[in-house]
Design a protein around this ligand. Structure first.
Ligand SMILES: Cc1ncc(COP(=O)(O)O)c(C=O)c1O
Length: 347
């Protein structure tokens, strides 16, 4: 079946805004800089997962499921959006999270709890596949049929959301008479980047798509994984498109201070600086785990990278996740810099 015919439910508000970052454009002084606000998709504060979940939730409903289970880290944005999408369509939300139950709900966990998710914390990630099986069995015994969504919603069904997002961007470029040479996004579980690479080729986009990883990667490995993922999706829908690892552009940054930071979700000062730069110039909030890292790369690529040349325009894809700013580890980490960044007066 063509991806064009895949059915979906309505979750998000589209098109998401595509706006010029006037102050960042002035600050960096090289080409026009734009932002695509996929952090504003909704529901449950939205983010990139909404586009994927529209197709996944449709499949859950069409296959007679009554509950939706997904997996991720304790602060998974994908999990929070899945819970929001599930409750909107009357499905029971279940999360299997790798990490400890610290006894304190913050950031995304606050919202998961508010929406009534059943949450299973798995302290040993190796146990996750077995826990998923056991949990599905438990709900089946209670009469539920559970639809299992892979981490990040990144399978051929979810990826359709980002293939189609390219069509939306091209339409906005035409309406606003914009020229965009490069699009910069984040790559984690690959559905967003993989989908966009396919969409860019399928719809003949005039821009290339560059991605920034969220955890350290041996160079060359992710390129192959992304190409394999995209080709699997292409094959499933008979798109007739092949992506080679050489076509997959991943920006790693300097060896001694990679864009990914030291590890997944670990606070780092350069990412924090990028988050504060966008907040102070455009009033837009990023997150410390995904988009902050990508925005640091975006600034770097515009200022001095080989891929974005003098006078070229670039689009930053904001994929959401700002609620991770309100987790204890990131709040603790930011306190000194936030104090230094503002004037406080007690009278
Ligand atoms: C805010 C945010 N941006 C980007 C990503 C990465 O997207 P993908 O998993 O599709 O590669 C994620 C994944 O969880 C995310 O939460």
């Amino acid at each position: 079946m063509s991806f064009e015919n895949l059915r979906k439910v309505k979750l998000g508000n589209y098109p998401t805004p595509l706006e010029k970052m006037e102050n960042m454009t002035k600050l960096l002084g090289k080409g026009d800089l734009y932002i695509k606000r996929d952090d504003a998709t909704g529901p449950a504060f939205g983010g990139n997962k909404t586009r994927k979940l529209e197709y996944l939730i449709r499949e859950a409903i069409d296959t007679g499921c009554t509950a939706v289970l997904t997996v991720g880290g304790t602060q998974t944005n994908h999990g929070r959006t899945t819970v929001g999408a599930a409750v909107k369509y009357g499905l029971k939300p279940i999360l299997v999270l790798s990490g400890k139950d610290t006894g304190y709900l913050s950031g995304n966990l606050t919202l998961d709890a508010m929406m009534g998710a059943d949450i299973y914390f798995v302290t040993d990630p190796k146990q996750t596949p077995q826990v998923i099986e056991d949990v599905c069995e438990k709900y089946a015994q209670q009469g539920d049929k559970v639809y299992v969504i892979p981490g990040g919603g990144s399978n051929p069904v979810g990826a359709v959301g980002y293939i189609k997002s390219i069509e939306e961007i091209l339409k906005q470029m035409e309406e606003q008479q914009l020229k965009i040479d490069h699009l910069v996004c984040t790559v984690g579980s690959m559905g967003t980047f993989g989908g966009m690479l396919l969409g860019a080729k399928y719809y003949n986009a005039p821009f290339d798509v560059i991605a920034v990883p969220v955890s350290p990667q041996p160079k060359g490995e992710k390129e192959k994984q992304v190409a394999d993922f995209a080709n699997k999706v292409s094959e499933q829908y008979g798109m007739g498109i092949t992506i080679t690892p050489e076509e997959v552009k991943i920006a790693y940054g300097p060896d001694d201070a990679p864009y990914s930071g030291e590890q997944y979700n670990k606070p780092d000062p350069v990412t924090r600086e990028a988050i504060i730069t966008l907040a102070m110039n455009e009033g837009i909030m990023l997150d410390p785990t995904y988009t902050g890292k990508t925005f640091r790369a975006f600034i770097d690529l515009v200022k001095e990278g080989d891929w974005i040349k003098e006078g070229e325009s670039a689009l930053f894809l904001h994929t959401g996740g700002a609620m991770a700013l309100w987790t204890k580890e990131h709040l603790d980490d930011m306190q000194d810099q936030l104090r230094a960044n503002c004037k406080t007066t007690e009278i």
